[in-house]
Every structure is written in structure tokens, then in C-alpha cells.
Design a protein around this ligand. Structure first.
Ligand code: ZN
Length: 192
């Protein structure tokens, strides 16, 4: 299993590498990486396991964060309405983006970044993605076009950035970290 110690931290070159496409069918090694990434996020939702293994909770994980420069990522997150999303994606490609932007009022965090970077990251409010979707139950890898919006679009773009060697703080406006462009509105989480 991966613990927080296995998560590659900022400063390591692999986080600044453009990842390679994953060869299909999935190799045994790639499958193992993907399932351990998936387990890390699933375990991080469990308070007991977090305490026991010192896991830092996350809503997404990309392969370079475990030292593998290949296009694989996992998302496990509740959206702004409280609905759960779970995606295991291989070779994702953004095919269209909205002009409208969105951002998290709290800024973003990253399992690989221990330093505190303050500022807003404006991302596309909607993205359409062509990707292979892996299903652990059936073992199938199916090509799909997925549309993400709002919070999940933010999480996806954060993880996708890892596949092209970018980190969230690269997007913070250096002169005015809390600048909000006219076409950007915050993600609004429902209260209940
Ligand atoms: Zn990250």
C-alpha cells in the first residue's frame, strides 16, 4: 500500500515531467500502481486508517505523485451538491473547455506540496475529456467522453496538470494572488 511517505513531494523532478501515454492493454505494473493510488484515496476517507498509517486525505492522485511518469489519475471527491464522484482515468485528454472560469475560495492544496501557497487558481468551469475509464469491478478499460463541471472540473484540472508537469501554485497571479477575472465565479458548496 501507499502511505503519505510514498507521495512524491515538490522538488522531485518527476512532478515537473510531461507524462507518457500508458500502453494498452494495461501492464501488470501499471494496474498495481493504479490500484494502490485508488486504495490510498479510499483509505484516506477513513479516519482510523488515516491515524494508523499517517495518511493525509486527498480527493485526487496522479501517477507522477507516486513516482510514475505515466498518464493515470484517480479522483474520489464529493461535489458541491454532496454527490460522490469516483473516476479512474487512463490517458485523459481535454477536448474542450468553457470560457467561464471557476475557483475555490480557499485556494487549492496538493498532497505533493507541503509549503503553504496562498492565492486563487482560476480554472475552466466546464471541461470535456476523452479518456479511458478503468473499472476495478469488471477490469474493463473503456473509452469515454466525460464532462466535468464546478468542483469536480477543478479537481480534474488539478490532477491533469500533474500529467503535464504543472503544480497548482504555477497558476497563482504573482502580482495579485487574489485577483478574480470578470469571467470567474467561485464554486459554491451547499450547506447541508
Ligand atoms: Zn496535486
Amino acid at each position: 500500500m501507499y502511505t503519505y511517505n510514498n507521495i512524491v513531494k515538490d522538488g522531485n523532478e518527476v512532478l515537473r515531467t510531461k507524462c507518457e501515454d500508458v500502453q494498452i492493454p494495461l501492464s501488470h505494473e501499471d494496474f498495481e500502481v493504479l490500484s494502490k493510488m485508488n486504495d490510498y484515496l479510499a483509505d484516506s476517507y477513513d479516519d482510523e486508517l488515516c491515524k494508523k498509517y499517517g495518511l493525509r486525505p486527498g480527493v485526487g492522485l496522479a501517477a507522477p505523485q507516486v513516482g510514475v511518469a505515466k498518464k493515470m489519475l484517480v479522483i474520489m471527491a464529493y461535489d458541491e451538491k454532496g454527490d460522490f464522484h469516483h473516476y479512474v482515468l487512463v490517458n485523459p485528454k481535454i477536448i474542450s473547455t468553457s470560457v467561464e472560469l471557476t475557483y475555490l475560495e480557499t485556494g487549492e492544496g496538493c498532497l505533493s506540496v507541503t509549503k503553504d501557497y496562498r492565492g486563487l487558481i482560476h480554472r475552466h468551469k466546464r471541461v470535456k475529456v476523452k479518456t479511458l475509464v478503468f473499472d476495478f469491478e469488471s477490469g474493463d478499460l473503456v473509452e469515454k467522453t466525460l464532462s466535468f463541471k464546478g468542483y469536480i472540473a477543478v479537481v480534474f484540472q488539478h490532477e491533469y496538470d500533474h500529467l503535464i508537469g504543472k503544480l497548482f501554485y504555477d497558476h497563482i497571479n504573482k502580482d495579485n494572488p487574489f485577483y478574480v477575472p470578470e469571467n470567474s465565479t467561485p464554486v459554491v458548496f451547499s450547506k447541508d
